[in-house]
Design a binder for this molecule. Structure first.
Ligand code: SF4
Length: 294
């Protein structure tokens, strides 16, 4: 089994000291090592955000995509080379904002991808504007009087749109988060791990301590992750707001929904028999088609 350090390039992350990205980075490396995945078979695609410079320090086949566009790039990679394990790292501003349409359609296609969402509920890289998951009423640089709208229900959206593995983790519990990422990597189909993490510089509300006081582990409460209706209900009833006390808002972490055996998008494309670069292109006679076109 590889060591977690084998997934490092030697370059060091440049995040603010104390950023939740560090915990997620530890969990990702541990999960990659546990999977035994050789780095040349690991393809990671990043969106834009503080997390997005991961290609500099993650030893893998890396691609730093445009803002919100990591999923289409990853979809192309997965379809054209199914020998790769394709992982997307996206931010809440990136993947649930401009990339939200891609996210919803990727869920319903059940593309065989692992998606890790760095959900710190703020735009960190661009200095503290409200993101799609910022708490309602929370003042930010871009909303000094407070956010007017509700945050995106990321878990509910993923379950409703057809993702077949939906989990939530917390960077304050690295072993638990590592287990969730490992399970997501093993899943065949569209797997989402939405990760609560603090942005210590710009989000002064949802700190590590704030999350720690509120999270609880689903697996310790007898949760059945195969019940889709209950998963949706959980996403609605555990929505939180900035004023709620630890007693009022309990935030579940763990595998919220998992359905095995659902055909993936690739299963509907039997002509994709393997990596395209290994597939010989047979010449086709298109004269009949051209004749029809006149
Ligand atoms: Fe992390 Fe926030 Fe600093 Fe970005 S601004 S590196 S998200 S703490």
């Amino acid at each position: 089994m590889p060591e977690p350090t084998e997934y490092e390039t030697g370059n060091k992350p440049t995040w603010c000291p104390g950023c939740g990205n560090f915990g997620l980075w530890q969990a990702l490396k541990a999960a990659y090592a546990a999977s035994g995945l050789p780095f040349e078979k690991l393809a990671c695609v990043w969106g834009i955000g503080c997390h997005g410079n991961g290609a500099d320090f993650t030893r893998c086949q890396g691609f730093h995509a445009l803002h919100g566009r990591a999923l289409p790039v990853a979809t192309g990679l997965q379809l054209s080379n199914p020998d790769l394990k394709v992982v997307v790292e996206m931010g809440d501003g990136d993947g649930y904002g401009i990339g939200l349409g891609h996210f919803a359609h990727s869920c319903r296609r059940n593309i065989d991808l692992t998606v890790i969402a760095h959900d710190n509920q703020i735009y960190g890289l661009t200095t503290g504007q409200a993101s799609p998951t910022t708490e309602q009423h929370m003042p930010t640089v871009s909303t000094p009087a407070g956010v007017l709208e509700q945050p995106v229900n990321t878990i509910g959206l993923a379950v409703a749109e057809g993702a077949t593995f939906v989990a939530r983790g917390f960077t304050g519990d690295i072993p638990h988060l590592t287990g969730l990422i490992s399970a997501a990597l093993e899943h065949k189909g569209f797997a989402v791990v939405d990760v609560f993490q603090p942005c210590i510089t710009w989000n002064k509300l949802n700190t590590g301590a704030w999350f720690r006081e509120r999270v609880y582990k689903l697996e310790e409460s007898g949760w059945d992750p195969t019940d889709r209706a209950k998963a949706l209900e959980l996403s609605l009833t555990t929505f939180h707001d900035m004023a709620c006390t630890p007693e009022q808002c309990r935030l579940p972490i763990g595998v919220i929904y998992r359905e095995k055996g659902v055909p993936t998008y690739s299963d509907g494309l039997p002509q994709l028999t393997g990596p395209l670069w290994k597939t010989a292109l047979a010449p086709r006679d298109i004269s009949a088609t051209l004749a029809k076109m006149g």
